[in-house]
Design a protein around this ligand. Structure first.
Ligand code: BTN
Length: 259
């Protein structure tokens, strides 16, 4: 059985479990949700053997390099906002814990841009939100995030697109501090959306995601490749893109940022 960590609690004061290695922390959080775990229950793994990314990809999760974290959210009213809230929370958590000015890239990548410019950005964190769906709609959501904290030997297909907090800062960073910062931020952001509503969330997301406005992008439309210039996101989290004749909503899938 995973054991509860002594010194840390998850968001909302819920139990936090540390497991040295597991297939996927999102699976642990989902199983716990099905067994009635309280909101905020959080699983942190030292390594994952079957880490999942968006669009059916795998998430490289070697030991001693990153944080692999999943938290259970049980606020049906917040589900439409949860992905944006998770992005803002984890980006702010990383910024507060390390001072690294990370950016969001739609839908929810966290990238470092540095002096290289956005065209040469590198990803250091990905977020995977997985919702349960029952007859009565979505019951709970698992927010999973993987953060590259230490410099790892990335597989060749990732090496020019991936980075870590330590390689960007050029100094050692305590993983526990990054974890604590992200947990505090998840707690704060979700509580604020619950209490104040979501009106503040979209502007904050856009502030953290400068590339969501004025960038040339390309994507696969229903019948052809499409391209245009990003024009923000809407309340559903869809990316808005201005094409020659109108504004289109891109809901999911792969968007390519053109240089
Ligand atoms: C992506 O950018 O494609 C999302 C990556 C999400 C990875 C995290 S690591 C913790 C949690 N468990 C998983 O299997 N995936 C998420």
């Amino acid at each position: 059985m995973p054991h509860a960590h002594n010194s840390l609690r998850g968001p909302f004061g819920a139990p936090l479990f540390y497991i040295p290695e597991t297939p996927s922390t999102n699976d642990l959080a989902r199983d716990a949700a099905e067994a009635g775990a309280v909101e905020g229950t959080t699983y942190v793994a030292g390594a994952q053997t079957a880490g999942r990314g968006r669009l059916g990809r795998t998430w490289f999760s070697p030991p001693g390099a990153g944080l692999y974290v999943s938290t259970l959210i049980r606020r049906p009213a917040l589900i439409p906002w949860a992905s944006l809230a998770a992005g803002v929370a984890v980006a702010d958590g990383i910024r507060e814990a390390t001072g690294l000015p990370v950016q969001l890239k739609w839908p929810n990548d966290i990238v470092a841009v540095g002096a290289r410019g956005f065209a040469n950005r590198r990803k250091l964190c990905g977020i995977l939100c997985e919702a349960s769906s029952g007859a009565t709609g979505v019951l709970y959501l698992v927010v999973g995030f993987g953060i590259n904290v230490l410099t790892a030997a990335y597989p060749p297909e990732l090496s020019d697109r991936a980075t870590s907090i330590e390689s960007e800062l050029g100094r050692a960073v305590e993983s526990d501090l990054v974890l604590a910062g992200c947990i505090a931020a998840v707690d704060r952001v979700f509580e604020r959306v619950t209490v104040d509503g979501a009106a503040w969330l979209l502007p904050r997301w856009l502030e953290l995601a400068p590339s969501a406005r004025g960038s040339r992008v390309e994507w696969q439309g229903a019948d052809a490749r499409r391209n245009g210039v990003t024009a923000g996101i809407d309340a559903d989290g869809a990316l808005l893109v201005r094409t020659e004749d109108r504004i289109e909503r891109v809901l999911a899938g792969e968007v390519t940022w053109l240089p």
